[in-house]
Design a protein around this ligand. Structure first.
Ligand code: ATP
Length: 236
């Protein structure tokens, strides 16, 4: 049997007491080691909820998460880097100082800070305070925070949100280098064009349900696949 880096079985989440409305319903997905997996879906489909479940920010109502071959436990977070929603950054500190705060609070070595700053292309920001960073720079610093613990799995929620076309291109080039460094990537997006040439596996989620999952080759028409999947789901 094939072993996955991450696998969910019937993962389900109802917020509060509204059990009639399941934000995530019976999602069984599999992520292969070394892949760049795109979780795609329209607004409100359940992408962020799924990623929050995988990173322990919220607990499942039902279902299972298997990670690194074991049932999900808090200890696994040390091997996962995540950027979900806006990164927690201090505007009055520099990029280096922000990473120092995170390293300190998570008991990580500061030795990796110059390396991760370089990985995200922020090595030359020196004494510039984060309050004066562009949105793209803040996003990259958020990714640097996620990389600080030298994760095996990097989970990014809508990482291209708010980036300009150059920022998106730089982000894509950067993410493409991660699998060869031993980092598997899972990212979410509702903007297909931004991730089409980046992801090699996709999951398409709609109304909380995983409607498609599979590998994606470089020539595949992701938009057609997406629209077709959503159309079928609406008529199901
Ligand atoms: P988007 O692309 O707009 O970010 P998404 O695919 O990430 O959407 P989620 O944020 O996971 O979608 O939301 C899925 C559903 O769960 C939506 O119907 C949303 O309104 C609902 N939801 C999300 N967070 C909460 C919450 N804290 N309490 C109640 N309902 C929530």
């Amino acid at each position: 049997m094939k072993e996955y880096l991450l696998e969910t079985k019937h993962l389900t989440k109802a917020y509060g007491r509204r059990v009639s409305h399941l934000a995530v319903r019976d999602v069984s997905l599999q992520i292969t080691k070394g892949s760049i997996y795109g979780l795609l879906g329209p607004n409100g489909a359940g992408k962020t909820t799924t990623l929050k479940l995988l990173t322990g920010l919220i607990r499942p109502t039902r279902g299972e998460i298997l990670i690194f071959g074991e049932p999900w436990q808090r200890k696994h977070l040390a091997r996962i880097g995540a950027l979900i929603e806006t990164p927690a950054l201090y505007g009055n500190l520099t990029a280096y100082e922000n990473l120092l705060v995170h390293a300190y609070s998570r008991d990580l070595t500061r030795a990796r800070i110059p390396r991760v700053l370089e990985q995200v292309g922020l090595q030359d920001t020196g004494s510039k305070r984060v309050a004066h960073f562009s949105l793209g720079m803040k996003q990259r610093l958020g990714v640097a925070v996620a990389l600080l613990g030298d994760p095996e799995l990097l989970i990014l929620d809508e990482p291209t949100n708010g980036l300009d076309p150059i920022g998106i291109q730089q982000f894509r080039s950067f993410v493409r280098t991660l699998p060869e460094k031993g980092i598997t990537v899972m990212l979410s997006s509702h903007i297909l064009s931004e991730v089409a040439q980046l992801v090699d596996h996709v999951g398409i989620i709609h109304n909380g349900m995983l409607k498609f999952q599979g590998p994606l080759d470089a020539h595949a028409d992701l938009e057609a696949l997406f629209m077709d999947t959503i159309r079928r789901s609406e008529h199901a």
